[in-house]
Design a protein around this ligand. Sequence first.
Ligand SMILES: C[S@@+](CC[C@H](N)C(=O)[O-])C[C@H]1O[C@@H](n2cnc3c(N)ncnc32)[C@H](O)[C@@H]1O
Length: 263
Amino acid sequence: MDFEGFLREITPTLGLQWRPFQRRGIRRKIKQRMAQLGFSEFEDYASQVKRDEGEQGYLIRIMRVTISRFFRDFEVFEVIKNSIFPVLLQGKEGEIKIWSIGCASGEEPYSLAILWREAFEKKCPGIQLHIMATDVDEKMIQRAREGRYKKSVLKEIPSQILEHYFKKEDGWYRIDPSVKPYIQWKGHDILREDPFLGMDILFCRNLVFTYFSKESQIDTLKKLFLSLNDRGYLVIGKNESLPLTYPTLFTPMYSREKIYRKV
Ligand SMILES: C[S@@+](CC[C@H](N)C(=O)[O-])C[C@H]1O[C@@H](n2cnc3c(N)ncnc32)[C@H](O)[C@@H]1O
């Protein structure tokens, strides 16, 4: 059995797809793990993984991709600002609730908080923005709370926002504390746990519809449907698509930006 065969064999057990994990880094990590446990053949390690839930958890952890960026795919944030927030705000009182699923080290939820502060906070004093930001990896949540970033994740930020919301410190950029109160951080596994309810917008980008198996995608899509208020919005990644069963649950609103509305 070669590496591709190994991935095809074990990823369904992990609830994942095999294709996105063919990268060299993952192969190296898996080979290292096999050496550590005394396996030289992929076939033998695959049998062990299938038997051992602990080993499945270990593999899921080393196969996680945690890359993100502030204002990733900037045009998506433009649509949120110019078209979606204005619709949600019509006749709205109280609060707008957003859930950022797989929030990595906080780049996406902080971008949303900045956008709100810049464009709506003063105009809409009666409305509160609540962002629930979750990730299965507690280390990422800790980093998100800390709010310290390398320059590489800041390249899509307009310069005046960068100057206003980030302070340079020993080669790092620290996020301004004014954006922190909008966000509640939580460890949460979207594959295995129930969804949070009552959301107006879900950001579920570059996770479920890239890495999860087709079965897990369909199960998760149902959770996303439950999580949203009537006619709430679902945002997925620019290079992602929903499973074919989606039209009973969602309708496309902004096709290029991959924004859907609950039917
Ligand atoms: C590639 S990052 C995407 C970050 C951000 N959504 C974006 O588009 O820039 C995927 C994130 O999902 C998290 N993740 C992986 N499996 C998860 C799961 N089952 N439940 C929740 N988060 C998960 C990873 O820890 C990682 O931080």
